[in-house]
Every structure is written in C-alpha cells, then in structure tokens.
Write a protein that binds this ligand. Sequence first.
Ligand code: PNS
Length: 161
Amino acid sequence: MDTRAVYPGSFDPVTNGHIDLIQRSAALFDKVIVAILRNTEKTPLFTVEERVTMLQEATRDLKNVAVTSFAGLLVDFVEQIGASVIVRGIRAVSDYEYELQMALMNRRLSNKVETVFMLPAEAYSFLSSKLVKEIAQHGGSIHGFVPADVEKRLCSKFRTQ
Ligand code: PNS
C-alpha cells in the first residue's frame, strides 16, 4: 500500500524542528507532502513562494518529500491528492489541546483521513517559527534553529526593514 501523508502548516519560516519531523515522517510513509497554508487572514513574514523555496531547499535530499501550498479545508486537499494521513508535531503538553481539537474536527469532516501526532527531537521542543522571528528581529543568534539558507534570509529581511 502506498501511504501518502500530508504535513500541513504555516512554516513562516521552516525551523529545524519542522525538518526533524519531515525526516521522521519520510522514514515512516511512502510519500510526504509538506503543504503550506495560503492564509489570507494572517500577515506572514515570508510569501508562500519564499516558504515553498526554503522548504524545497531544506528537503532536497529527501526523495519522497514534496512541497506545495493549499487553500481551503485541509481534509479536502488531503483527499484531492490521494493522501490518507495528516502529520502534526507535538512539542509539549501545551500543543496538545489545539492539536486534539483540530484532529477531532478533521475526523468529523472526513473519516477517510487519520491524524498522526509525532514528537520532534527534545532539542527542538522549545523551538517555534514565532520565537525564531522575534530573536532575529532583535538581532539575536538563530544559528542552529533554522536551516542555513533560512538564517540568511531572516537576517536580510530584518536588515532591510
Ligand atoms: O502551522 P500552523 O499554523 O499551526 O498550521 C495550522 C493548519 C494550517 C494546519 C490549520 O490552520 C489548517 O489546517 N488550516 C486549513 C483550514 C482548515 O482545514 N481548517 C479546519 C481545521 S480543523
């Protein structure tokens, strides 16, 4: 059986915690589709195109990983591309409530799609895109938190703002 999993998120920007989860998912599923939400409500730091490029660059050695974007309901996208699994990362207990709510709602919306929770390496349990942006904005070091290319892009974004 060819099991396709979707790893959805904002990825604004991708962190090493996300990459860790993508690597773990790629070892578990036949194909992993990293899907960036095209969200018109949020004001992201990076455009969807920039985020796709950063994720493609960071996952280019993982042959069963593809990167794309989606709009609308996640379960509709998952079904459209013939996937059956949604992967979400849980870093700490604090993530669990929101993730549980989303997973149960997604199950209600489609009983063909299963959510799988995965744990990133402990070293990344405190990492988030939001904190990384905040540190970079105030000139702190984000080395080791994001891929090298993302580190460069973040530094130049805040230098020019
Ligand atoms: O990285 P994020 O921002 O926590 O990811 C949230 C995401 C993209 C997984 C969630 O907002 C989502 O699935 N949005 C698509 C719209 C949708 O399906 N909403 C109902 C979810 S129960």
